[in-house]
Design a binder for this molecule. Structure first.
Ligand code: HEM
Length: 374
């Protein structure tokens, strides 16, 4: 994450990319289904008792456990226990704040981080490193592990020891745990929050799913969810109006500086593009830039808009986990729209959110109703 030399960054990313391709991840789709089924059991329980549920918590349990399944062939157990085991989720709050600073000023991390600090658990990253390293250790002792993301990374290490090290594998595992759950949980929240405020969109997405004649699976397959054009437009719009990562990683202006239009950015300047600014620009999106309007993705203008859409960042340092994110968003949200209705306990209250490296909403409990399907 701290590599800012583009050539080095691309070389490092290449070693890790095979584990995160769509086809590699979909080999373990059944593992993701197991997690989503557990999440649905919690929704069913809340529906039966008519008790409010905090989707921010349950989405985060779900996305953490899916990272566990996909990367390490083992869930962390958040959904099974329905609680923040070991305070990992609480810790992400501090880690998020920390990364928002050291992401741009890595020298600060260099100043205070050392093996003693990591072991002491005083830095929020220490907790994530422990969680990830524990998962790697369990995975190595697990005779039933599937050909998961870690298998790909270990294979790359065995085949190209000259190109990567065990430390690279450990860093990638830690980064995936750190970056792979809150982000997706926020995307899931944004979809439900905006869609219940636009009931016609929810109804239209459901009609599309009902009309598609999908197999009666408990969790909708990624391949099927992909073909739901309107649902996909709603997911895109949810990530546009409320991008989970409000800042991209820093880039450094190259030797000789950088000219963009009439601006000159001097060599060595740290620069970043903020998806929230780009996604709210009336110049790009029109006067309704800030409105949740899935239809914009189905208009003749969609190809032009695509250029300005950057929830996963863009270019050589864009999000390496975007396939895993898209799989989760598509499967979970298609299944929720098909099987449930949600209503905010206090319809007039806006959600609240913390904004650091990830924007994390909270404080909008909902009631859930299970839909009877003939
Ligand atoms: C909706 C979900 C997600 C969003 C919106 C998101 C967004 C982003 C953004 C904006 C960046 C910075 C890109 C740039 O600077 O251009 C990033 C980096 C990163 N993301 Fe994601 N992400 C998501 C899900 C995931 C998942 C599921 C994983 C897990 C595998 C992941 C792993 C990472 C990592 C490891 C980096 C740092 C990459 C590096 O070292 O350059 N992300 N993400």
């Amino acid at each position: 994450m701290s590599t800012t030399d583009p050539k080095l960054k691309i070389a490092r990313s290449k070693n890790l990319a095979p584990g995160l391709t769509l086809s590699s991840l979909l080999r373990n789709e059944s593992g993701i289904d197991t997690v989503v089924a557990l999440f649905k059991a919690h929704l069913d329980r809340h529906a039966a008792s008519n008790s409010p549920i905090n989707l921010d918590d349950f989405f985060t349990y779900t996305t953490f456990d899916i990272v566990g399944e996909s990367i390490f062939s083992k869930q962390f157990g958040f959904l099974r226990e329905a609680r923040d085991i070991g305070g990992s989720i609480r810790n992400s709050f501090y880690q998020n704040a920390y990364v928002a600073v050291v992401g741009f000023y890595p020298w600060f991390h260099g100043l205070i981080a050392n093996p003693w600090m990591t072991a002491s658990g005083l830095l929020p990253f220490g907790h994530i490193v422990d969680t990830a390293m524990g998962a790697v250790k369990d995975r190595e002792a697990n005779p039933d592990a599937r050909f998961d993301v870690l298998s790909h990374w270990f294979r790359a290490l065995a085949e190209h020891p000259d190109r990567m090290s065990l430390f690279d594998v450990h860093s990638a595992a830690t980064n995936a745990v750190a970056a792979g759950s809150d982000t997706v949980a926020t995307g899931l929240q944004s979809f439900v929050y905006h869609m219940i405020r636009h009931p016609h969109a929810w109804a239209k997405a459901r009609e599309e799913i009902d009309a598609a004649g999908l197999p009666d699976a408990e969790v909708i397959a990624y391949g099927d969810a992909q073909n739901l054009t309107y649902l996909q437009a709603c997911i895109k719009e949810a990530l546009r109006v409320f991008s989970p990562a409000p800042m991209t990683l820093p880039r450094v202006a190259p030797a000789g500086g950088l000219s963009i239009g009439d601006r000159v950015i001097p060599e060595g300047t740290i620069v970043s593009v903020c998806p929230w600014v780009i996604h709210a620009s009336t110049e790009f999106w029109g006067p309704d830039a800030k409105e949740f309007k899935p239809e914009r993705w189905l208009s003749g203008d969609a190809a032009r808009l695509e250029k300005y859409y950057m929830p996963f960042g863009l270019g050589y340092a864009s999000c390496p986990g975007q396939n895993l994110a898209r799989i989760q968003l598509s499967k979970i949200l298609a299944t929720l729209v098909r099987d449930y209705d949600f209503e905010q306990v206090d319809r007039n209250a806006d959600w609240k959110y913390h904004t650091f490296f990830v924007v994390a909403p909270y404080g909008w409990p909902v009631r859930v109703t299970k839909r009877s399907r003939a």
